[in-house]
Design a protein around this ligand. Structure first.
Ligand code: NAG
Ligand code: NAG
Length: 309
């Protein structure tokens, strides 16, 4: 292998990493997609034992119907953990590696049991999302050394999958505060950084050398939304059904017409036979094997008229 090719090949993982697509919420808080998820075939809980492995998961039902919360067990079976009415929120302790799903509860309606959410609990992978750069405002506070008082602690574990060491900042809406101050030179590649945090907290991940923001992460509820595909799929189904109905109506109409034509033909032949002394043997067959000359073609059905001396 020639050196230029080798050096090009060594660039490939870099290119792949740089081009890695990120969800919109990984650059701006609050952004989110409302595309219907599809259940991942064969997905199951695989609890991890690396500490800290326990965290809290918060479900918030922002859909207009009740949902069922389901834990996907280690065999891939969905086990119900109860129902959540629209607008309500519920917290549950969970393990890293656990898989959760939420399904719509719309008994007797379209979209009953439709998957609205599928989520695996685990580390937050840090990557370079090529975000638009927010300006950096330093909080200028002494280093943050522990969980804030009077708040529920939600452990979160970050894992650096970017191509450079990173610093983690807590953004309070006005300014940023370094929280990975104890990691000299930043959180190294592939290293993990557990943080005790609180729901709603917003983190910014910056490249340690340059300060460029690589992505952001909000410690958020898992929001259960009614998805857009819902309306689209329903419209599609409705259109298909209408088509089926009109086809059925058309078929009925054709059948009637055909019956009419057939009886006319039979009557004509009958008249002809009666008035013709030599007589004509005839047979009419629906859906028959016609020869060009004797076949009368009616849409979707063929009428065959055979005459014989
Ligand atoms: C963020 O922290 C700074 C420094 O402590 C403070 O001045 C500012 O008011 C805080 N912003 C918000 C929105 O709480
Ligand atoms: C009777 O049938 C023959 C053969 O189809 C035909 O040639 C003839 O014209 C018919 N006669 C009458 C009176 O219709």
């Amino acid at each position: 292998m020639t050196p230029p090719i080798r050096s090009l090949l060594s660039l490939l993982p870099l290119l792949a990493a740089a081009a890695a697509p990120c969800a919109p919420e990984m650059c701006a808080p609050g952004a989110g997609s409302s595309i219907c998820p599809t259940a991942t075939r064969g997905l199951k809980s695989e609890p991890q034992t690396d500490e800290p492995y326990l965290e809290n998961v918060y479900f918030r039902n922002a859909s207009p119907f009740s949902v069922e919360l389901l834990h996907v067990d280690h065999t891939g079976e969905e086990v119900s953990h109860g129902f959540l009415s629209p607008g309500l929120r519920r917290g549950l302790p969970t393990l890293h590696g656990d898989v959760w799903r939420a399904r719509a509860l719309r008994v007797g309606q379209t979209g009953d049991r439709r998957l609205l959410l599928e989520h695996r609990i685990g580390v937050v992978k840090l990557k370079d999302c090529e975000c638009q750069q927010p300006s950096f405002v330093d909080c200028k506070k002494p280093p943050f050394k522990g969980p804030r008082d009077q708040l529920i602690n939600d452990p979160v574990v970050f894992e650096n999958h970017a191509n450079a060491p990173v610093d983690l900042y807590w953004w309070n809406g006005t300014c940023e505060e370094l929280i990975s101050w104890d990691e000299v030179g930043g959180v190294q590649q592939h290293a993990r950084k557990p943080i005790l945090s609180t729901q709603g907290h917003n983190f910014r991940v910056r490249e340690a050398y340059s300060g460029r923001m690589l992505m952001q992460h909000t410690l958020n509820d898992l929001v259960i939304r009614s998805c857009e595909e819902d309306a689209e799929r329903e419209a599609e189904l409705f259109a298909l059904q209408e088509q089926a109905w009109s086809l059925e109506a058309e078929r009925g109409l054709l059948r009637e017409k055909l019956a009419g034509e057939l009886s006319k033909l039979i009557a004509q032949i009958g008249v002809q036979t009666a008035s013709n002394a030599s007589g004509v043997a005839y047979s009419v067959s629906v859906n028959g094997f016609a020869t060009e000359s004797s076949a009368i073609s009616v849409p979707s059905l063929r009428v065959l008229l055979l005459t014989e001396k």
